[in-house]
Each structure stands twice: as C-alpha cells, then as structure tokens.
Design a protein around this ligand. Structure first.
Ligand code: HGY
Ligand code: MN
Ligand code: MN
Length: 404
C-alpha cells in the first residue's frame, strides 16, 4: 500500500468508529447530534493542526481556510472551495460525505509536502444536513448559504422528536451569505461513487458531468381508524391499501420511464397491529435523467394514488418537500479537470451540495470508485488505494485552480 494510502487509512480510522451502529455496521450521524458534533470537533482539531482557521456561516456550515484569512477566518476573493458533509442517512455508509472532507485535508497536506503555496485561498467545507435525514430537507446547509431555502422555513424544520433546526443549531440560521459565497471562485466536491460505473470503466476516479433532477414528495393518506377484528372489509376506509397501491404504482411508472422511484420511509397512525390505520404517510423519492420525465413520473404516481383513494374512500394530500433541478456541472471546469486527470466523465442520480452550489459558482465533482456500487447502506465501500488516488486527483485539481 502507498504511503498516501497508509496516511489515508490513519486519518480515516480516527473517524470510522464515530456514529457507527454496532448492530448494522452502518452510521447514525444525524446533523447536529452527538456523533456529528464529534466529527465537527474533529474537523476543527484537524484544521487547527494545519493552521487553518475555521469559520462558521451562521447556518451550521464550517469552513477551514488555507491562505490569507483575515481576523474572522474569512479571506480574500477567488478562493477555491472543496469539502463535503459529515451527516449520514440512517445506517448509511462510511464514505458518503466524510470521504470528501478527509480527502480535502489530505490534499492540502500533499500540496504542502510538495512545497506548493496557493496564490488564492483553499477552503475545506463541512456542510450541515446534506442528507436531510434529520430535518427532512437535503442539502439544507448549502441551500441556506445560497439563499435557496428561506431561513425562517429552515429554522422551523423539526426532527422526529420535535426539535427544530434552530434549536439544534442553537440560534436562528443566518440564511443567505452572498458576501461569503462571493469569496469563492469554484467548488470541487470529491465523493464516493454511488454506483459501479468506475468498476466497469476500470478507473479509480471520474469527473462528474451532471446530477439528475430529483425531489421528495410527501403522500398523506387519511382514512378511518377502526378495530381490526370487528370491522368488515367492505366497511373500511383503509389508507394502507391506498398507500400499498401507490408504492406499486411508483415502481411501475418509474420502470416505464427508465427513471427511479423509491418509497423508503413511511409512518402509520396509530401503528397498531390490531387497528385499521387512520393515517398513512409515505415519502416518494423520484429521480429521472430529464426534468420532463421526472414531472411525468410524479404526476402519474399522484394520479394513480388519487384514483385508488377514491375507490378506498380515503383522502390524499401530496406535498413537494424538496426539489433539485437538472444540474449540469460547469462545462469549462469539468472539461479542464477531465483533461487534467485523463479521467472518465459520469452523470449521477445522487444529490450533493455541489448540485446546489452549481447554480451560484463554477462547480465540479470527482467520484472515487466504489467496488460494491452500493451506497446509503453499510455495504458502501472504497479501497484505501482508490481513496489515495482520489486525494492525488483532488490535490492536482486544487493546485490547478488555486496555485497559478
Ligand atoms: O439523496 C441523495 O441523493 C443524497 O445522497 N443526499
Ligand atoms: Mn448521500
Ligand atoms: Mn453525499
């Protein structure tokens, strides 16, 4: 194993146990909860070891600065931003998010070891609540920074225990920060691939070309709670029936469109074995290569659910909770990195903070090979050698963008 792969493994092992569930081997790193707060403190300590002041943007996003920080940790214009997120989905993998942050810290080390000094600041970010696993809106931190979500709406988002984002943050989020955003000339996010394209391409690193449009829709189905043992089948208004039909419809309509539809989260009231439910709420995660395909998919699922609700005597409410348009990464930057790295180019169906920032500054993504291709699961993986190749690639990109 290369020296860099050994250094990667050493740094990686410092965070690997944080938030790992003993039972599943997956991670429970919800934004601003104890495990993620420990990772934020680790990040601050690592930045301190590197003499990189850390600023916070008032939304929970952290920024470690290499080069020209003034008193409050902010710096001059033209900074090159990199980094990713620490938070995970429930029982998620180790690499989704943290790999981008650890790789960025090691890329700074590599450049320094090579005697390289940036002429513009290099900034490593840790964005808050990228997965939306606690407060329901993905990329919450980057959406706040860019003004893509209203600070008051974000402040009022609540987790399953009823804790608001503002309470978890300790204050009302500051919201859009155009002055800070204006300090960055580009953003490059390194991320573990969430698929097997790099396995098939037999390459350790790829450059991102686009992010599929995608979003989350809440399907609320209301019926009539009743006794499971005394209520005749013909007398029921059972929202679970409508919900089950909706899930099957989503699967079929997605397949018909070569799109992706997932219902991985459901809540049932009263959620008792011997009670016909009164309410069933399910969340549809829908994604497609083209916006019009996505729109058609969601409308087809909504129409099928509404038709079934009429038959079941249940009431349906569909609410869009978040949406990300088709993101095409900055062609000039992507081309420049593709040529620099002689790497393949990949689209992705996964959302990222880079997908939010891409509307505000030149943005690119690097993907690191994932042998299983699996993500949002304990089976997510990457080899130390491929992670080292990711660090080398990111260091070359940062040198290209910040050192000339
Ligand atoms: O859902 C996504 O695609 C991302 O992992 N947040
Ligand atoms: Mn993810
Ligand atoms: Mn991610």
């Amino acid at each position: 194993m290369s020296g860099l792969a050994v250094r990667f493994r050493e740094l990686w092992d410092e965070i690997a146990p944080v938030g790992r569930d003993v039972g599943s081997g997956g991670y429970l790193r919800y934004a601003l909860t104890a495990p993620e707060l420990r990772l934020r403190e680790w990040f601050r300590a690592q930045a301190d070891l590197r003499g990189m002041p850390v600023s916070e943007d008032g939304n929970g996003n952290l920024f470690a600065w290499w080069g020209d920080p003034d008193t409050d940790g902010r710096a001059g214009s033209g900074a090159v931003l990199t980094g990713s997120h620490f938070d995970s989905v429930p029982h998620g993998g180790a690499y989704d998010g943290p790999l981008g942050i650890v790789s960025a810290l090691l890329a700074v080390d590599e450049l320094r070891a090579a005697g390289v000094t940036p002429v513009r600041p290099v900034v490593v970010a840790a964005f808050v609540e990228e997965e939306g696993a606690r407060f329901g809106v993905p990329c919450l931190g980057s959406r706040l920074l860019t003004g893509e979500i209203d600070a008051d709406r974000a402040a009022g988002l609540r987790d399953a225990a009823g804790v608001s984002f503002a309470e978890a943050l300790g204050h009302r989020p500051a919201g859009a920060d155009p002055a800070l955003l204006g300090r960055f000339a580009a953003f490059v996010e390194l991320h573990v691939e969430q698929g097997r394209a790099l396995v098939d391409a037999d390459a350790p690193v790829a450059v991102g070309s686009a992010i599929w449009p995608h979003g989350r829709w809440r399907f609320e189905l209301r019926g009539e709670g009743n006794h499971a043992g005394t209520t005749r089948m013909g007398d029921r208004r059972d929202p679970m029936l409508t919900f089950a039909f909706t899930v099957l419809a989503a699967n079929k309509e997605a397949r018909l469109r070569d799109a992706h539809a997932t219902v991985g989260r459901v809540s049932v009231e009263p959620n008792a074995t011997n009670a016909v439910p009164s309410t069933v709420t399910g969340w549809l995660d829908a994604r497609a290569a083209a916006p019009e395909t996505l729109d058609g998919l969601v409308e087809a699922v909504r129409a099928k659910a509404a038709e079934r609700a009429r038959r079941d005597g249940t009431e349906l409410t569909v609410t869009r909770e978040s949406a990300t348009p088709l993101v095409t990464f900055d062609g000039g930057l992507a081309d420049r990195l593709t040529e620099l790295l002689a790497a393949p180019v990949l689209p992705t169906g996964a959302g990222h903070d880079a997908g939010v920032l891409a509307a505000h500054l030149p943005t690119a993504m690097l993907f690191v090979r994932n042998p299983t291709g699996v993500s949002h699961s304990p089976a997510e993986s990457a080899t130390d050698d491929d992670c080292a190749a990711g660090v080398v690639a990111l260091a070359r990109v940062l040198e290209e963008l910040a050192c000339h």
